[in-house]
Write a new protein. Structure first.
Length: 295
């Protein structure tokens, strides 16, 4: 279990204990569960949080062979968040502003990798130099949220330029060994390439605010990539392989809301380049399987 998931479930357990206190599991029924959900709602919790806590409670009941108690209790409906996709002009402005301050350098290069791959922030932070394929101009994601997230992603021109800039910096600093991180930890000016950077949140918030895009979360870049690939007509299978989604519905939900403008020619060529290379990899992987089936 990932540390983030463990923390969420631990927090959910605390709330459950706060409400049910010393009430044994065998005494909990559907009415108690509904009472708990009403109590959480009164305290300002949204359906997403309440559903997470209900799933944890259901898992506890299952382990005690009491899951039938919650059979009639359904998850609360959640409002699916929508995101406006960035226009080409906004992306150009974001890139230009990010170059203004040296302190924004790592956030800027992380942005370039994210926009070229659709990788999650955690996946980018955990990249090591042994995960970079210099011959194929690709990166291999080893640590991900799901098994589907473990994948190799070919890089377009912008993404590869960002990786090469990171490589140049790593060589100058003497932190370019295979096990060193692309985004090493840095405390008080001391670089420790054996550990990944914890976060670039502060610099990201500063540069997005300076670019006139306050509140733009780093994870939104992942939604941006999904949206651009789908707008460019890439097959769902190719998009899922690039971003590491398991479910087609999740992938479609992750797409940003179209900006109402057609993709600019340069942006479209970059998006198609990423999708076409991945399509070729996918077709090459299929050939051995097809040949075996014919035999």
């Amino acid at each position: 279990m990932k540390s983030g998931t463990w923390k969420k479930e631990r927090q959910a357990t605390r709330r459950l204990l706060e409400f049910f206190k010393e009430c044994p599991l065998k005494s909990i029924d559907a009415q108690n569960i509904e009472g708990y959900r009403a109590w959480r709602a009164e305290n300002g919790c949204g359906p997403g949080v309440i559903n997470t806590e209900f799933v944890v409670l259901k898992a506890l009941l299952r382990r005690a062979d009491l899951v039938m108690v919650a059979t009639g209790v359904r998850l609360l409906p959640e409002q699916v968040p929508t995101f406006d996709s960035l226009s080409h002009t906004e992306k150009v402005r974001l890139r230009q502003v990010a170059k203004r301050k040296p302190g924004w350098n790592r956030a800027r290069l992380a942005m370039e990798v994210a926009l070229a791959t659709g990788a999650r922030g955690h996946e980018i932070r955990c990249l090591r130099w042994r995960d970079v394929n210099f011959m194929e101009r690709a990166i291999f994601i080893r640590e991900s949220k799901t098994e589907a997230g473990i994948r190799e992603i070919p890089l377009n021109t912008d993404g590869w330029s960002g990786v090469l800039e990171l490589w140049d910096q790593a060589q100058k600093l003497g932190v370019a060994e295979a096990d060193h991180y692309l985004f090493p930890a840095c405390e008080n000016g001391n670089i420790d390439a054996s550990r990944p950077i914890t976060t670039w949140r502060t610099s990201w918030r500063s540069l997005t605010k300076a670019a006139g895009l306050p509140g733009l979360g780093f994870h939104r870049l992942r939604h941006q990539v999904v949206s651009e690939l789908l707008e460019a007509g890439q097959p769902d299978e190719v998009v899922r392989q690039i971003v590491g989604h398991v479910d087609r519905r999740i992938m479609r939900t992750s797409a940003a809301r179209p900006s109402g403008r057609r993709l600019q020619p340069f942006l479209l060529s970059q998006t198609l380049q990423l999708g076409q290379v991945t399509s070729q990899i996918t077709s090459q992987e299929r050939k051995p399987a097809e040949e075996c089936s014919r035999k």
